[in-house]
Design a protein around this ligand. Structure first.
Ligand code: NAD
Ligand code: UD1
Length: 337
């Protein structure tokens, strides 16, 4: 089976490509390298001991995609390609809608032309907005508070409409909670551009000495210690969820919407403590104002993934921190070598 992985050079994509190749899938990576380094591909090749087929191109450009589909018989697409910075999406909404929404539309059009009608899409827990309660089930009300989140909701809805127009489509919408961690080799991992927006890369860059201290965004939430609670999920568990979905996609008779989380919530301070233990480094922090748009608590009910994908996360918070630390300490400047 040949799988096209859009955004396959990025953080989650590169880890998924490792697992796909190890499981015997043929893989074509498609990426415009707008938020990835070619070094990540070289590292993946070193892990799997094989050359990887990589096509540099943009999902918004039909010709780029047609080149891939005309030269490879693609059976399914795992669609990671997208922009993901919430703050940036507020400043540049049109760029986000163009890249994430228009890009996905063009991708589906070209897929359809080449009669490839199986797609796994990277959605996000952000589509639940501020949930009325936790754990979060897939049928909770949906809302978005920023263009990034809205782009995910729009693509979910577009894909459901595509299915309604043509029932041959096989569609899996995976809603990720908070991906963290890295491959156990320490050679691939998350390599954010500039100042990290997300907690885990900020903690690890602080532990390695690149940042002076972590700003903890508020300690007056209604949580165990007042800091925000999230469902951190190891990127390898997350990647494995895609393989389980791919394995079963032919059996699904309607679009499937599935949470990928662990079901456990940890506060910011609990993450700091776990990271200090894993790295044997201090992570200095200061409590600052809440971040606009943040919610108190977000964690998944992952039981539907267990039921329909026979998938559950197996890696705990200690492994997430140890693997992040191995990646960060071996690559203090990410993929820049
Ligand atoms: P990432 O930025 O590391 O990977 C995305 C990849 O897509 C990058 O390699 C980038 O170069 C590529 N890309 C972007 N636009 C493209 C385009 N128009 N054409 C071709 N390639 C393009 O991000 P990630 O963390 O690996 O996330 C993967 C997907 O998962 C994204 O769609 C993201 O929105 C979604 N997601 C991520 C998180 C998270 O916290 N990391 C959470 C929920 C959902
Ligand atoms: C953020 C995005 C969300 C996206 C998700 C995964 C916002 C408002 N939301 O969610 O849309 O799907 O990332 O990419 O940006 N924190 C700090 N200090 C920091 C960074 C974070 O205290 O420097 C806290 C946050 O307040 C939060 C927790 O750590 O309580 C996790 O933050 P983050 O990693 O940014 O993830 P989300 O807020 O869940």
């Amino acid at each position: 089976m040949k799988v096209l992985v859009t955004g396959g050079a990025g953080y989650i994509g590169s880890h998924t490509v490792v697992l796909l190749i190890e499981a015997g899938y043929e893989v074509v990576v498609f990426d415009n390298f707008s938020n990835a380094s070619k070094e990540s591909i070289r590292r993946v090749e070193a892990i799997v001991g094989k050359k990887i087929v990589v096509v540099e191109g943009d999902i918004r450009y039909r010709e780029d995609l047609a080149k891939v589909f005309s030269s490879h018989k693609i059976d399914a697409v795992i669609h990671f390609a997208g922009l993901k910075a919430v703050g940036e999406s507020v400043e540049q909404p049109l760029r986000y809608y163009d890249n994430n929404v228009n890009g996905s539309v063009v991708l589906c059009e070209v897929m359809s032309e080449y009669n490839c009608k199986s797609i796994i899409f990277s959605s996000s827990a952000t589509v639940y907005g501020d949930p009325h309660t936790t754990p979060i089930l897939e049928d909770f009300p949906l809302s978005a508070t920023n263009p990034y989140g809205r782009s995910k909701l729009m693509v979910e809805e577009i894909l459901r409409d595509v299915y309604l127009s043509d029932n041959e489509w096989k569609i899996v919408l995976l809603r990720y909670f908070n991906p963290v961690g890295a491959h156990a080799s320490g050679t691939i991992g998350e390599d954010p551009n500039g100042l990290p927006n997300n907690l885990m890369p900020f903690i690890s860059q602080t532990a390695v000495g690149k940042r002076e201290y972590l700003s903890v965004f508020g300690n007056d939430y209604d949580t165990v210690d007042g800091t925000g609670v999230r469902d951190y999920i190891h990127v390898i568990d997350l990647a494995q969820g895609h393989l389980n979905a791919l394995d079963r996609i032919r059996n699904f008779n309607e679009p499937m919407t599935i949470n990928l989380g662990t079901g456990n919530g940890y506060s910011v301070l609990e993450m700091v403590e776990a990271f200090e233990k894993a790295s044997a480094k201090k992570v200095p922090y200061k409590i600052v104002e809440r971040r606009v748009g943040d919610i108190a608590t977000c964690f998944a009910d992952p039981s539907y993934a267990k039921e329909v994908l026979d998938w559950e996360a197996t890696r705990g918070i200690d492994e997430m921190c140890e693997d992040t630390w191995r990646w960060q300490s071996q690559n203090p400047n990410g993929y820049i070598i």
